[in-house]
Write a protein that binds this ligand. Structure first.
Ligand code: MSP
Length: 508
């Protein structure tokens, strides 16, 4: 499982967190299933944009990238991102892999030297043709482009048109959603131009092994990070273990690089293209002003890029932010990001539903069952409803649809709350079989919720499990954990403080 590696021209923001937390939740889901999992993220540290940012801050590129990369690492730690490796493109191991990979493409005859001239967008770090520009501006960033001319090395992308089309046809599910797959495919069908892959205009990059006056173009070194993590080109390479069964999660504006260039580069180097690419949309702030706590300047409209993940974590807690990022905007569509949106979902889903269910169960078990977890009934309508939604949640996690997995999980919470309201165990006789049966059922539903939601909210789910007396068993199989009746009746249940205290709607 991979995320894109983030440019260090600026600090991490909530849009980056959206991608990273989604990838993290899916990686955690696969670990929970017992799948052998390697989860990668990192920082993309070369190129003109980063060199310019360093200069603007009066720092050397290396010092600037060291500092900014650290901010990404800190942000992911705060968000409890469970990456196995963090790849920095300024690491010697990355240089080694890039040089090995590109030397292979060169040796295979897919790289040649030529002069190129055209409009260049520094934000994209890419050339455009005149007809791709939007009123003379970059079609992605709306910023001025500069006319550049360079004597460069080129990759024969045009030689891969037919092979790419054949690969797409052989892998109908290789790129999701279908709309994005079609977008990439029609780009290929429209004809591919060779791409300039080296620069002499700057020195902040990986040196070209066969011509040290050139450095590789930043995108051309960045994509190879996915292989750096596997030690490609070294004796310790784990390519055979992990490649090509990779899932690249990427944002919609970098489709061309991942769905056209990257598979062609792999083919040119003689390795399989990546098995699976999942494209997500953007989080947007619709121009409305967000809270003061989220921005430095309360008078300016807040830009999404000003919203730092750590500020959100301090304000709402890590579980709530992770939940929001996973639940609110389905992977594949754009989503509106707002403070009000976080507060209302927090209150509805976390305070009123999950938090309330956990609190009620623990309180009534304390008052009516002497704090001892009752056994659930062997079956019945609640058990059936739980099984149905749990199966749907499993299927959604497997399909990279965290928002749907959580939606189904919250249906279990709603069913358990309704079950309590129908049977009102708080009115029943302490110690009675009826009360025990009602609470045992609700407790079992809650336990299953903590399994299904744990990739999204590891801390809160762990805390609920601790309070209801479950001991984590690292050997446990997911199927067993999701089986009705595999809880721990007889355990002591602890009440504890509310996990998600209600927020006032205007607490911004
Ligand atoms: N460095 C390249 C990726 C190289 S991967 C080999 C890059 N970096 S980036 O920092 O500009 O963007 C990284 C990812 O963050 C992209 O997938 C992009 O879609 C995502 N996001 C940046 N802003 C975003 C939002 N507002 N919303 C959701 N994701 C966004 O591109």
């Amino acid at each position: 499982m991979t995320t894109p590696i983030y440019y260090v021209n600026d600090a991490p923001h909530v849009g980056h967190a959206y991608c990273t937390v989604n990838a993290d939740a899916v990686a955690r889901w696969h670990r929970l299933k017992g799948d052998e999992t390697l989860f990668l993220t990192g920082t993309d540290e070369h190129g003109q944009k980063v060199a310019e940012a360093a200069e603007a801050h009066g720092l050397s590129p290396q010092l600037w990238t060291d500092q900014t990369s650290q901010r990404f690492q800190d942000a992911w730690q705060e968000l409890e991102v469970s990456n196995d490796q963090f790849i920095r493109t300024t690491e010697p191991r990355h240089y080694a892999t890039v040089q090995h990979f590109l030397q292979a493409i060169y040796d295979n005859g897919y790289i040649y030297r030529d002069t190129y001239r055209g409009p260049y967008c520094v934000s994209c770090e890419d050339y455009y043709t005149a007809d791709q520009l939007d009123h003379g501006l970059c079609p992605v960033h709306g910023r001025e482009v500069t006319e550049m001319e360079e004597d460069n090395y080129f990759f024969k992308l045009s030689a891969f048109e037919d092979r790419l089309i054949a690969w797409y046809e052989a892998n109908p599910k290789g790129i999701r959603p279908d709309t994005k797959r079609n977008e990439a495919l029609s780009f290929i069908r429209g004809g591919l131009r060779d791409i300039s892959i080296t620069r002499t205009s700057l020195s902040w990059g990986v040196p070209v092994p066969w011509d040290e006056k050139h450095v590789f173009y930043v995108w051309y070194d960045a994509l190879i990070n996915y292989l750096t993590a596997l030690g490609y080109g070294t004796e310790a390479s784990t390519l055979d273990t992990w490649w090509p069964s990779v899932h690249h999660l990427i944002g919609k504006e970098i489709i061309r690089f991942h769905c056209v260039w990257w598979p062609a580069m792999c083919m040119a180097a003689g390795i399989e293209p990546p098995a699976n690419i999942i494209v997500h949309g953007w989080l947007l702030v619709g121009g409305q002003k967000l809270s003061k706590s989220m921005a430095d300047n309360s008078d300016a409209p807040v830009r999404l890029t000003d919203i730092a993940p750590h500020v959100l974590v301090e304000d709402f807690g890590v579980d709530a932010i992770r939940y929001h990022l996973l639940r609110d905007t389905p992977l594949g569509t754009d989503g509106e990001f707002s403070y009000e949106g976080i507060v209302s979902r927090y209150n509805a889903d976390l305070a009123n539903n999950l938090g309330n269910l956990a609190q009620r169960i623990a309180t009534v078990i304390t008052s009516k069952c002497e704090g001892v977890a009752p056994a659930p009934p062997s079956g019945g309508p609640l058990a059936e409803e739980v099984a149905r939604h749990a199966a749907a949640a499993v299927e959604a996690w497997d399909r990279f649809a965290p928002h749907e997995a959580l939606e189904q999980t919250w249906k279990i919470i709603a069913a358990a709350n309704a079950h309590l309201e129908t049977h009102e165990p708080w009115k029943g006789e302490a110690g009675s079989g009826e009360v025990a049966k009602t609470l045992g059922g609700a407790l079992e539903a809650l336990r299953i919720v903590t399994v299904l939601a744990s990739p999204a909210m590891p801390d809160a789910c762990g805390e609920i499990q601790r309070r209801i007396g479950l001991v984590a068993d690292p050997e446990a199989q997911l199927d067993d954990l999701l089986t009705w009746g595999s809880g721990n009746p007889g355990a002591l249940v602890e009440k504890g403080d509310p996990l998600f205290p209600r927020r006032k709607a205007d607490s911004a």
